[in-house]
Write a protein that binds this ligand. Structure first.
Ligand SMILES: Nc1ncnc2c1ncn2[C@@H]1O[C@H](COP(=O)(O)OP(=O)(O)OP(=O)(O)O)[C@@H](O)[C@H]1O
Length: 631
């Protein structure tokens, strides 16, 4: 039992020595500790029980050597068989109670630990969901996922492990040293002299282990990156077309080989550490037996006392070693929590106003009034640690839209045209409030989007993007994403209107076929029509459409146009137009150039005016003229 506790503490010490000691140089925000305590406040009672259990276990494990001492000195030496039996039974009971306490302790620590993980995960997930689109376009998704996964785990394990190991080690050391000094302060002192002999080399080995552990993390991360980049369709294609298989293989085997070598070195260092720990404890035991034995022969100490001291010695070294590195443990915990808190502290820039009101449903007027816009800077929406950079780029971002004003009357269609980079997509993103304007207002039915409820914006505005994204899920689930309570009848109607009523019949499991990137591949045109069906189910009053640029065959083209006609009919719409048929039908065309509206009017008016629109018409749209006039 004592040996088990000793080796457990030995492993804890080992793990602690592997941690990055550089954390101790980190500057941490004020009040972090108080915040962690507040975060864990829900578990205050459970934690109190947990700490009490640790104390009781430590005391119990300190009792058994005293019992053995009594067996030897009072039982064996005085031939008192009855006492021996009683004390042996007592030692057995102590062992069983300790075992029970250990299980109970683990149960509680697991409950607190898993509870903390749950709290932090759900908090971060919800928080990320409330972040604006700008946040996702800046940060790496891998970095976000690792915040939800590994940082949370690190924070939790550092929290429960560190608290329990500090408390139990400190108590063990205090009790053990106390009893040892009481038994013989001379032998205790002599045994402690050996401690620095171990701690100093242990620190040296610890630093080595820390270094190679970090290197192996980096190498593993590089290997993972290399694989994720190559083991997908586009990466694999690039390698097949341009890559040199021998070079690729060499690169990979180089890294894997270094990981292998590091693994061997790491194993040896770890073993050296543990062996040194055990050897020092054994040497101290030998010393205690040697000196204590002589003293016992001379009658200075009873034999039992000498035995008890040596038993205590074995359980002293590992906790002392662990405590010698406690500063790194505490800092690791604080830093992990800091990483969790720093993402929770990111302010969502698009929030619902306290007095937000719903946009009235029904035929909608969309109005842009003197809207200027610039994309948020990195410092406004993101964190350096989420973008894998040391410092976020400073400075302001350029203004992309300048003084944009226009009105779309209920049921009307406004088309946006303009050269690439003019700001069409940016402008269209302001309608569903993916961003807020820098100045001016965007309003629907007279409600400024800044004071509209988020739910009503989501319900009022429907968007069909160029690249329709489908989740890796069934066709039905993808459609229901827009309206979870839609009936089969409604789904059928939507599919019909979107001109894809035939698709489920051609799929192996009908509506329940998994589609999306890894599922059944729909063609680009079909995908966009699924997106239109999704939009039709949602039945928004305002539609924002980014027309596909891809040229479809004439049959799909007709189907798409029919689907769009359904989607747009009687709805107010803003369309980034790439098709001649669309701009011809538009009630008004806005010509955008470098973020300004440079001309507006109908197709005929604008064409007659000449200028940028006429140029665009000749470069982008004129060649579609034959398609349209063709029978
Ligand atoms: N997330 C972003 N952060 C910062 N700048 C951006 C972002 N997205 C676009 N921009 C910039 O805004 C400007 C307008 O881009 P936008 O995509 O709106 O143009 P566009 O007219 O839709 O072009 P295209 O027809 O090529 O899609 C460009 O200069 C672009 O670099």
């Amino acid at each position: 039992m004592g040996g088990d506790m000793g080796s457990l503490a030995g492993w804890q010490a080992m793990r602690s020595f592997r941690r990055d000691s550089k954390v101790t140089q980190r500057q941490l925000p004020k009040g972090l500790v108080r915040r962690i305590l507040r975060f864990g406040a829900r578990y205050r009672r459970t934690l109190a029980i947990y700490l009490a259990l640790i104390v009781v276990s430590a005391i119990l494990s300190a009792v058994s050597p005293l019992i053995f001492r009594a067996i030897i000195d009072d039982g064996i030496a005085r031939h008192n068989v009855g006492l021996i039996v009683w004390l042996a039974l007592l030692a057995g009971v102590v062992a069983i109670v300790s075992a029970g306490l250990m299980l109970w302790q683990r149960y509680i620590s697991a409950r607190v630990g898993e509870g903390l993980i749950y709290d932090m995960r759900t908090k971060i997930f919800d928080h990320f969901q409330s972040m604006p689109l700008a946040f996702f376009s800046r940060t790496q998704s891998g970095a976000l996922i690792s915040r939800v996964n590994s940082d949370v785990l690190n924070a939790q394990s550092a929290f429960t492990d560190t608290t329990s190991s500090i408390v139990s080690n400190a108590i063990t050391v205090v009790i053990t040293l106390g009893v040892m000094v009481f038994l013989s302060w001379q032998i205790t002192l002599a045994a402690l002299v050996l401690l620095p002999l171990f701690i100093i080399p242990a620190r040296w080995v610890g630093r080595r282990i820390e270094g190679i552990t970090r290197e192996s993390y980096n190498l593993n991360a590089e290997m993972t990156n290399m694989m994720t980049e190559r083991f997908n369709v586009s990466g694999a294609l690039l390698v097949k077309l341009f890559g040199d298989p021998r070079g690729e293989s060499g690169l990979f085997s180089g890294r894997a080989g270094r990981v292998r070598d590091i693994g061997v070195t790491q194993a040896m260092y770890t073993r050296i550490f543990m062996v040194a720990l055990l050897t020092t404890a054994s040497l101290a035991t030998a010393l205690a037996y040697g000196w204590g034995g002589i003293e016992a022969v001379h009658g200075v100490y009873p034999v039992g006392t000498v035995v008890a001291i040596t038993l205590y010695l074995t359980r002293l070294y590992a906790p002392l070693t662990a405590l010698s590195n406690v500063q790194v443990d505490i800092m690791t915990t604080l830093v992990s929590f800091d990483r969790v808190f720093e993402v929770l502290d990111l302010e969502p820039t698009i929030v619902e106003d306290l007095h937000a009101r719903a946009i009235p449903r029904g035929p909608a007027t969309v109005e842009f009034s003197h809207v200027s816009f610039r994309y948020p800077t990195a410092t406004e929406v993101s964190l350096a640690s989420l973008e894998n950079v040391e410092h976020l780029e400073q400075g302001t971002s350029p203004e992309i839209l300048h003084d944009i004003s226009f009105v779309i009357e209920p049921g009307a269609m406004v088309a946006l045209v303009g050269p690439s980079g003019a700001g069409k997509t940016t402008l269209s993103h302001l309608v569903p409030r993916l961003y807020d304007p820098e100045s001016g207002t965007v309003s629907i039915n007279g409600v400024d989007l800044r004071v509209a409820t988020k739910d009503s914006v989501r319900a009022t505005v429907g968007v069909v993007t160029q690249e329709a994204h489908l989740f890796h899920d069934t066709l039905r689930a993808n459609l229901l994403y827009a309206k979870p309570d839609a009936t089969d009848e409604e789904i059928r109607h939507a599919l019909e209107a979107a001109q894809i009523a035939h698709i489920p019949a051609n799929l192996p499991d009908g509506l329940d076929t998994v589609v999306g990137d890894r599922g059944y591949r729909l063609s680009g045109g079909e995908k966009q029509r699924v997106a239109i069906a999704r939009l039709l189910l949602k039945a928004p009053d305002v539609v924002v459409l980014d027309e596909a640029t891809a040229h479809l065959d004439s049959e799909s083209e007709v189907a798409l146009q029919l689907a769009l006609a359904h989607a747009l009919s009687d709805r107010t719409s803003l369309v980034i137009a790439h098709r001649l048929s669309t701009i011809r039908e538009a009630d008004e065309i806005l010509v955008l150039d470098s973020g300004r509206i440079v001309a507006r009017g109908t197709h005929r008016e604008l064409l007659a005016d000449g200028g940028l629109y006429a140029d665009l018409y000749h470069t982008q749209f004129a060649d579609q003229e034959q398609d349209l006039t063709a029978p």
